[in-house]
Design a protein around this ligand. Structure first.
Ligand code: NAP
Length: 313
């Protein structure tokens, strides 16, 4: 039996048949990572796995993150200790792209304000200038990052009559052929897009990429969507851009210090704020749990991991 530490929160999502030969210690998100002789760790993205945690688990062979993003793991420290790190790419692409669209539509058409008005009992009836939003047809969608999720968001855009711009490190000719998207540098993306949607991972190069200066380069009235990672955005600067009316809205699923949200952002106008539910469909969450455990089983049984993160950065 292999001694394995697994996030307690995925207990109901894993198939019992997958757990053969595993002696599991279920670890709740609020419990610290223990010291001991466990050989595998399956953490949620809320658990930091750095040098100290790796040192405290000297027999560890794999960290199987239950997320596609792996900015909660010090991959360099893991590699130095010979610990394999895996993530769950692919299976959450469509669910997260759907949620990005839910945010685009909700922000552009002011759904939360409308729903609040109806519930408040203060709605006095149809008015020609009530809750006017942004019409999507003929506008430009700017994808900052066009990997799996960015492209899936882009593939849904032609149906809404949107032109697509994207920024990524490498060109995506198939995506361009399929959608008519054009690759541009970040400056052009910010200056020309009516909706900017973030799909780059959190990394030292991308942290804080949306800040006072880059927000100022966005079109007046443009909308910012973030389903990637919260620390891409300087939240106070975003709040200010919304307060001043420079931005037309922000639809966010992720925050820099989850679950805390910057108080000024919480109070800012024209926001749609969701509690990090990009991949939250029954099917996707089960697939994420399954891949994480398959990676553990592969590595502990001497096989290569299915989805190692090395080479993905
Ligand atoms: P991916 O396939 O690896 O795509 C990442 C994209 O970012 C690629 O196009 C990559 O360019 C680009 N990129 C990376 N660094 C860049 C930089 N410095 N400048 C410009 N472009 C850069 O990842 P994915 O599967 O689409 O996932 C994206 C992120 O979404 C994840 O990292 C995760 O944090 C987040 N996510 C959030 C949720 C949620 O619940 N809200 C769910 C799933 C994922 P190249 O293609 O040229 O390499």
């Amino acid at each position: 039996m292999f001694k394995v530490l697994v996030a307690d929160e995925i207990k109901n999502l894993v198939e019992p048949a997958q757990l053969t030969d595993l002696d599991i210690t279920w670890l709740a998100a609020d419990e610290p990572t223990p010291k001991g002789d466990w050989v595998a760790l399956v953490p949620l993205l809320s658990r930091w796995v750095g040098g100290t945690e790796l040192k405290n688990l000297p027999n560890l062979r794999i960290v199987a993150n239950v997320a596609v993003g792996y900015n909660n793991v010090d991959v360099v420290a893991a590699e130095l200790r010979g610990v394999i790190v895996t993530n769950t790419p692919g299976v959450l692409t469509e669910a997260t792209a759907d949620l990005a669209w839910a945010l685009i539509l909700a922000t552009a058409r002011r759904l939360v304000e409308g729903a609040d008005l109806v519930r408040s009992g203060k709605w006095t009836g149809w008015h020609p200038e009530q809750l006017l939003g942004l019409e999507l047809c003929g506008r430009t969608l700017g994808l900052f990052g066009a990997g799996r999720i960015g492209q899936a968001v882009g593939r849904r855009a032609p149906a809404f009559g949107l032109r697509i711009l994207y920024s990524a490190r490498s060109p995506k000719p198939e995506f361009e052929n399929e959608t008519g998207a054009a690759r541009v540098d970040t400056s052009r993306l910010l200056a020309e897009s009516d909706i900017v949607s973030l799909h780059v991972p959190s990394s030292p190069e991308t942290k804080g990429i949306i800040n006072r200066e880059t927000l100022a380069r966005m079109k007046r009235g443009a909308i910012l969507i973030n389903t990637s990672r919260g620390d891409l955005i300087r939240e106070e600067a975003l709040a200010l851009a919304l307060e001043q009316g420079h931005l037309g809205g922000a639809g966010l699923d992720v925050y820099a210090e989850e679950p805390t949200i910057h108080p000024r952002l919480l109070a800012a106008p024209r926001t749609v704020l969701l509690p990090h539910i990009g991949s939250a469909t029954e099917e996707t969450r089960r697939k994420m749990a399954a891949i994480a455990i398959e990676n553990v089983q592969a590595v502990l049984n001497g096989k290569p991991p299915l989805t190692p993160v090395y080479g993905q950065v």
